[in-house]
Design a protein around this ligand. Structure first.
Ligand code: HEM
Length: 86
C-alpha cells in the first residue's frame, strides 16, 4: 500500500516518500525486483498512472502483486497525492 512518511522503513513495498520524479527502483534501502531496477522508468504524471492501473503491464515481472487501480481518475488522484510526499 502507499506509504510515505519521510525516512519511514520499507514494508512489503518501498517507502514512497519522494517517489514522484524519482527513477524507478532506486531507493537504496529497498530490494527491488530486477524488472523494476532495469525498467528505466522515471515516475511522473506521464508514467505513474499507467503503472498504478496495471503494474505488471508496465513493468513485466514486478513483485508488486497489485491488480491495479480501476481507472485513470483514481490513478491521477493517487499520483497527485504521492506528489505531496516531499
Ligand atoms: C494504490 C496503491 C499502490 C501504490 C500507489 C503503489 C506504488 C508503488 C510505486 C510507485 C512503486 C515503485 C517504487 C519505486 O520505484 O521506488 C511500488 C513498488 C512496489 N509496491 Fe506498490 N503501490 C501500491 C500498492 C501495492 C500493494 C497492494 C502492494 C503489496 C501487495 C505493493 C507492493 C509493492 C512492491 C513489492 C513493490 C516493489 C516492486 C518491484 O521491485 O518490482 N504495492 N509501489
Amino acid at each position: 500500500m502507499p506509504y510515505g512518511p519521510k525516512g519511514a522503513p520499507n514494508r512489503i513495498g518501498p517507502n514512497l516518500f519522494g517517489v514522484v520524479g524519482r527513477k524507478a527502483g532506486t531507493l537504496a534501502s529497498y530490494s527491488y525486483s530486477s524488472a523494476m531496477t532495469k525498467s528505466g522508468i522515471v515516475w511522473g504524471a506521464d508514467t505513474l498512472p499507467h503503472y498504478l492501473i496495471g503494474p505488471a503491464n508496465i513493468v513485466p515481472g514486478t513483485k508488486m502483486t497489485f491488480a491495479g487501480l480501476p481507472n485513470q481518475q483514481q490513478a491521477d488522484d493517487m499520483v497527485a497525492y504521492l506528489a505531496t510526499l516531499k
